[in-house]
Design a binder for this molecule. Structure first.
Ligand SMILES: [Zn+2]
Length: 380
């Protein structure tokens, strides 16, 4: 079914975007304008002409209830609460501080989930082999609460939909923060492997994701965590990724892949602590596309907005196998990219707290976990 879409043809890659979806993502205070910046940069390079652009269809309550609890959904459907009113409820559902209650929150949530479900449907229908949704990737949202700027977990719901056509799904999380919401959702599942590479330091959000955390019950060995220390550079990140992705795929043999491309491990991210350039991500993305499985690429964190737009544009170009100029084209948001106006993110001078020895230790532990996964699969 998928073979008739020739490599490089316009039908192979689908890009989900429309003004409403962009505005849903941009309505979240920490990310204002980020989706519009990204979309404008992608179109300034003409990349939208090289892929199929499809508008998003908003999700409904039934879609969202497939993961989120009824109490939480009912709370999200309320109008903005009065000052102090429902304060306990807001605390209970994680609304406040980094996830403030917003106008038309339910509409936003339906829009955000709809973006990733639309993209996932393009894969399950066989219409596309690769789907992009830079307005998705809200990996911290839990079943019954908002967390870390994430109100709703579009990733869990997209994976759930993919499972209707693809028995085994591999979830890869490149965000600097641990993909805790997705991991928790699939902690007990042997059908979804979650692989999160993330910075892990004392007090660094969300603090979970130790290498020893490998899933529970029937899902034991189907969770993989690859923690690293702050200041990670391109060479180290690519080394970790390459050392783990291929042995894992040989064992698990996924039928589809979801890759969250949170941009906050980039150098200069105000909330990150990593020292990556675009190359670390685009190299990992190339490895993921080399698996030749139906793949959904999503956004995620990224608090330096122009660098985030650069990254997702660079990944779009990589997926399309369409090299783009390092000079940012003149467009509506051109002034955001001064003073150099280059499609580059340069590494900082910060020294990495990771050493060859610490990386090799982590890889050894993860290889041990993959071995246990292999043994568990053999027993089936
Ligand atoms: Zn993050």
């Amino acid at each position: 079914m998928l073979e008739d879409t020739a490599v490089g043809s316009k039908g192979e890659v689908v890009y989900v975007a429309d003004p409403k979806l962009l505005s849903c993502s941009d309505a979240i205070p920490a990310f204002r304008q980020r989706a519009c910046l990204t979309h404008a940069l992608i179109t300034s390079y003409g990349l939208h002409h090289k892929m199929r652009v499809v508008p998003s269809e908003a999700a409904n309550e039934e879609d969202i209830r497939k993961f989120h609890s009824q109490d939480y959904v009912e709370f999200l459907q309320k109008d903005v609460p009065e000052e102090d009113e429902d304060k306990d409820a807001q605390d209970e559902f994680g609304l406040g501080f980094d996830c403030p209650f917003l106008d038309n929150l339910w509409g936003l949530v339906c829009g955000l989930v709809g973006g990733s479900l639309t993209a996932a449907r393009e894969l399950t229908s066989g219409r596309s082999k690769i789907a992009l949704n830079w307005c998705g990737g809200w990996h911290h949202a839990q079943r019954d609460m908002a967390s870390g700027f994430c109100y709703v977990n579009d990733i869990v719901l997209a994976v759930l939909h993919l499972r209707s056509a693809f028995p085994k799904v591999l979830y890869i999380d490149l965000d600097v923060h641990h993909g805790d919401g997705v991991e928790n959702a699939y902690l007990f599942s042997p059908k979804v492997v979650t692989l999160s590479l993330h910075q892990r330091e004392i007090g660094f959000y969300p603090t979970t994701g130790a290498v020893e955390d490998i899933g529970l019950g029937k899902g034991k060995f189907y969770t993989l965590n690859v923690p690293y220390k702050e200041g990670i550079n391109d060479t180290q990140f690519i080394y970790l990724f390459e050392s783990i992705l291929y042995p894992l795929c040989e064992v698990f043999m996924p039928d589809a892949v979801v890759c969250q491309c949170g941009a906050d491990a980039l150098s200069q991210d105000p909330l990150g602590g990593g020292n990556l350039t675009l190359k670390a991500y685009t190299t990992c993305v190339t490895h993921v596309t080399n698996l030749s499985k139906p793949t959904l690429f999503l956004g995620g964190g990224g608090y330096n907005k122009s660098n985030t737009a650069k990254l997702w544009t660079a990944i779009t170009a990589t997926v399309l196998k369409c090299p783009v100029s390092t000079e940012i084209p003149e467009h509506q948001f051109f002034h955001w990219y001064g003073p150099d106006f280059e499609l580059e993110v340069t590494a900082g001078l910060q020294k990495s707290s990771n050493t060859q020895e610490s990386l090799d230790q982590t890889i050894k532990a993860v290889h041990g976990n993959i071995q246990k996964l292999a043994e568990s699969l053999e027993q089936k």
